[in-house]
Write a protein of this length. Structure first.
Length: 231
């Protein structure tokens, strides 16, 4: 099965559609993994939510939705004023505004966000929003999976290859956990590494790119669309 991975969409709906078109996404046969942070900061949050929710309904287990720290902040905000203020300061205002524009209340969908999983693992790779400290996944706390930056900034993880977002990078990058870092060039097929970390958040909502990764038969490549592209 061909797998497509996208990180940190942040309400960039037009860019998401353009990227999936560029990657020749096949809804009936592909597996799609979203690495969290569907929401906040961008101006088309509801559109992203509605589109991905429909994909999940249609694709079932082949659409894997991983929870990001922004979804967690939304969930925490419902019953806690401090958490709500923190969420609003980090892009939650745009989410509320986008849902209201479409006459929807984001709070009615808390259970949907709550069903997003903290990680996804196959025999070949691990996916999480922020990072992992060990490939014994039960030993990673929710805070690590949602908030960790050590995988991207410290290059200290050398377990089974983990594919993450959360920490913006100029280009997708591979870190082997032993000090070596390698920029991943778009449209350049190569073997999927066995260990280390691949960071996928290329900062679309900050005016850069939305990057996708395609994995098939032990090989992978990345491709991107720039912020502002028409879907």
């Amino acid at each position: 099965m061909r797998t497509i991975i996208v990180a940190d969409i942040h309400g960039c709906h037009s860019e998401l559609l353009a990227l999936l078109k560029k990657l020749k996404f096949r809804q009936d046969t592909d597996r799609l993994i979203c690495l969290g942070d569907l929401i906040d900061r961008g101006n088309q949050v509801y559109e992203v939510f509605d589109y991905v929710r429909t994909l999940k309904s249609d694709m079932g287990e082949r659409c894997v939705l991983i929870r990001g720290n922004h979804e967690q902040m939304l969930m925490d905000s419902v019953d806690d004023m401090f958490s709500r203020q923190m969420w609003f300061m980090n892009g939650g205002v745009e989410t509320v505004r986008s849902f209201k524009k479409h006459r929807h209340d984001y709070a009615r969908h808390i259970n949907w966000f709550g069903r997003m999983q903290l990680y996804f693992e196959t025999k070949d790779f691990i996916c999480a929003h922020a990072g992992v400290r060990t490939d014994r996944m039960a030993e990673n706390t929710a805070d690590i999976l949602l908030w960790d930056r050590d995988s991207a900034e410290g290059n200290g993880y050398s377990g089974k290859i983990a594919i993450v977002g959360h920490t913006p990078v100029i280009d997708p990058v591979y870190l082997d956990g032993k000090g070596h870092t390698e920029v991943i060039e778009d449209r350049k097929p190569q073997m999927l590494p066995s260990w280390g970390t691949i960071c996928m958040d290329t900062g679309c909502v900050f005016g850069y790119r939305l990057t996708g990764m395609v994995i098939e038969d032990g090989m992978f490549y990345t491709d991107s669309v720039f912020w502002g592209v028409d879907g």
